[in-house]
Design a protein around this ligand. Sequence first.
Ligand code: ADP
Ligand code: MG
Length: 334
Amino acid sequence: MRSDANIAGPMADPVPGPRPADPQPGADLGHLPTGEVVSRETPPPPMPRPDKTRVMVVANQKGGVGKTTTTVNLAASLALHGNRVLVIDLDPQGNASTALGIDHHADVPSIYDVLVDSKALSDVVQPVRDVEGLFCAPATIDLAGAEIELVSLVARESRLDRAIKAYEQPLDYILIDCPPSLGLLTVNALVAGAEVLIPIQCEYYALEGLGQLLRNVELVRGHLNPELHVSTILLTMYDGRTRLASQVADEVRSHFGHEVLRTSIPRSVRISEAPSYGQTVLTYDPGSTGALSYLEAAREIALRGVGVRYDGSKAHTVGRQQQQDQHSMSEGLQ
Ligand SMILES: Nc1ncnc2c1ncn2[C@@H]1O[C@H](COP(=O)(O)OP(=O)(O)O)[C@@H](O)[C@H]1O
Ligand SMILES: [Mg+2]
């Protein structure tokens, strides 16, 4: 399925049964003119569903910045609020599959078979237990070889794109969890998606190397996917007690501005514990600050998708002005 083709197809739904009900009254925010600020004095609005599938590529070639954590927790947040969401695990480590409790031992049909053997995406997608409307195309260790095997294949950069276009299940979001590299797997994701979501960990050198990712985005946009753009930046593992974290946040905001979500994700033990139970933090500890911040970030993403500005006065926000004594963390963008 292409991002502009939210069509119900004839193929069996991985989870039979009705599509989750649309969010409650007001959820589609059709009553709100574009650009209206949503007041947070009233209960938070449900997450509006996009009118076409949004394919978001979660990328940053650094490891350990929160790509996988962000992918699975945003996906669960969106699904728990009435969206149908597919996570595509594109990292041979298979961490997203693990975190979603999806079997991904060597014999399981996986995204490797889709990319290298042209298997249909619908043959590898599995429903996620505990979260209705959430699905996962798992990665197995085979994927480690795909980077090399793809080189000699026809249309090596657009194999994931083709598979997604041919997938006929109705979906609101596809979130692609990329490996920590800019090789052919990540290029396949960039060709398949319209939006890039970059998680940035709030620590020194946070922006180092991002220039290379941004250049790759430009290259893919220029040659293979004119829709591609960086739509979303999410600050992760934010520790409001440290000056460094707020300096990094300010630096990121001054570079990227509007793309940076107002919500940032705090460092939270509950977030890091959840994967070992095969769960997202949304089901593992729904009331934790980690779960609430991912919900808030997902809401912000959903509202942006329908052109509604977000008033995050009650959210976990960063952005304190700290002008003096700033270390420059942007060398990587040169
Ligand atoms: N907000 C957070 N608070 C605490 N630990 C986190 C948080 N986000 C991620 N982690 C932990 O940091 C590590 C790296 O995160 P991960 O999502 O796997 O990064 P990536 O996919 O970019 O390599 C993991 O052990 C994860 O549990
Ligand atoms: Mg990862």
